[in-house]
Design a protein around this ligand. Structure first.
Ligand code: SF4
Length: 82
C-alpha cells in the first residue's frame, strides 16, 4: 500500500521534473498500471474507462485521511471543455 507520504513525495518529484514512475519503482514504490475511471468528461479519460494521464493525484476531502473511497477525489481531473 502506498502511503500519503509516498504520494506526496512522488508528486513533488514529478513537479520538479523527476522520472516519476521509474524513480518510484527503483525505490520500491509502484504505481497502478491501469487506472480505471468513469468520469468520461475528463480530458484524460479514454475508451474502456481507462485513464490516460501519466500520473494522477488523489486527495482526501478530509485533510489527509479518508474513511472510505467516497471521501477521495482525483485532483488531476480536467474538464474536456477547457
Ligand atoms: S485524471 Fe482522474 S478524473 Fe481524469 S480520467 Fe484520470 S482518474 Fe479519471
Amino acid at each position: 500500500m502506498i502511503s500519503w507520504r509516498n504520494l506526496l513525495d512522488m508528486k513533488n518529484e514529478l513537479e520538479q521534473g523527476g522520472k516519476g514512475h521509474n524513480k518510484g519503482e527503483k525505490e520500491g514504490i509502484f504505481m497502478a498500471r491501469d487506472v480505471l475511471c468513469e468520469v468520461n468528461n475528463c480530458t484524460y479519460w479514454g475508451e474502456g474507462n481507462k485513464c490516460r494521464a501519466d500520473q494522477i493525484y488523489v486527495v482526501s476531502q478530509r485533510g489527509r485521511q479518508a474513511s472510505d473511497s467516497e471521501e477521495t477525489d482525483c485532483k488531476t481531473f480536467k474538464p474536456q471543455d477547457l
